[in-house]
Design a protein around this ligand. Structure first.
Ligand code: NAG
Length: 282
């Protein structure tokens, strides 16, 4: 029986038996026998040569696109084009690092004082960025309040940093409760944070099944999942930094006081100095 898929025929080579007769009956395709070798051999050489040229061109084009291979921890590799498709819209992040869930760690240990110390260290202050109106339009973001040091930029709060800030607010609330201290966070703010985190959990709808413990009441420890690189998000936020720190304003101080904390190498350091005089840069 004919093993070739329907609609395909071998281009050259041995065609035997019935196949040959069938071909020979296609009169319009027949080459007169007298010219057989004289025409077919140069034609064969031409076809082979063109095929190689085509393959070479395809290979070069492919190389120009440089599909770097990314290897996952499970050993599977994906081409860069597949990764590019999954890049986040703003900082261009991909889920390219494998991180296991932990059970016990700095934020969950027997010594509560140490846990609280870890929460005090959590810093979300890099998360306020200033983005140009051009970029904002290109990405379809809503317009935002003006950045004091460049009127063509709006001020935005990067969501992951907002979430981190919210976690810290809730941790502080719990800490105060546990240590029987007066609450330092505004309760309405804490409720807003609880709701903000809830909305993101629902939005993410993370479908990863966590393994469950047989002897211990645990789920997930040691289990890897693909994460985005927090360091890269932080670098992006710093690159676009709005020089902002969420300081508590003193009586009579204006909100612009919050915009004088430029990171090193910021293009706005000079403007801040000009505006505030010497006490500006810190
Ligand atoms: C808990 O940690 C704090 C701060 O590091 C330390 O001073 C304290 O001695 C620790 N408590 C215990 C019971 O280990």
């Amino acid at each position: 029986m004919d093993q070739t898929p329907q609609g395909y025929r071998p281009l050259l080579g041995s065609i035997e038996g019935d196949e040959e007769k069938e071909q020979c009956s296609n009169h319009h395709l027949l080459v007169p026998r007298v010219y057989g070798f004289a025409i077919l051999f140069p034609a064969f050489v031409l076809v082979v040569s063109l095929s190689f040229n085509f393959l070479l061109a395809a290979k070069l084009l492919d190389l120009a696109k440089s599909p770097k291979n990314y290897v996952n921890t499970d050993g599977r590799s994906r081409t860069e084009s597949q990764v590019v498709d999954q890049r986040t819209k703003y900082a261009g992040l991909t889920r390219d690092i494998a991180v296991p869930w932990t059970w016990h760690g700095p934020f969950f240990q027997h010594n509560e004082t140490r846990i609280f110390e870890k929460w005090v260290e959590v810093d979300s202050s890099d998360g306020i960025v200033a983005l140009t109106d051009t970029y904002v339009q290109e990405k379809g973001l809503p317009a935002s309040q003006r950045f004091p040091w460049d009127a063509a930029k709006g001020v935005y709060l990067v969501n992951a940093f907002h979430n981190l800030h919210c976690l810290k607010v809730l941790a502080t609330t719990l800490m105060n409760y546990r240590l029987k201290q007066p609450q330092t966070e505004d309760f309405e703010h804490a409720l807003h944070c609880l709701d903000a985190l809830r909305q993101d959990v629902v939005c993410d709808a993370d479908d990863t099944p966590r393994w469950t413990g047989f002897a211990e009441m645990v789920s997930g420890p040691g289990q890897f999942r693909q994460c985005k690189d927090w360091g890269r998000l932080q670098a992006w936020a710093r690159q676009n930094n709005a020089c902002h720190r969420h300081i508590k304003l003193k009586e009579g101080e204006e909100a612009i006081e919050m915009y004088k904390y430029c990171p090193e190498g910021s293009p706005y350091t000079e403007k801040v100095k000009e505006y505030f005089g010497d006490q500006g840069s810190e």
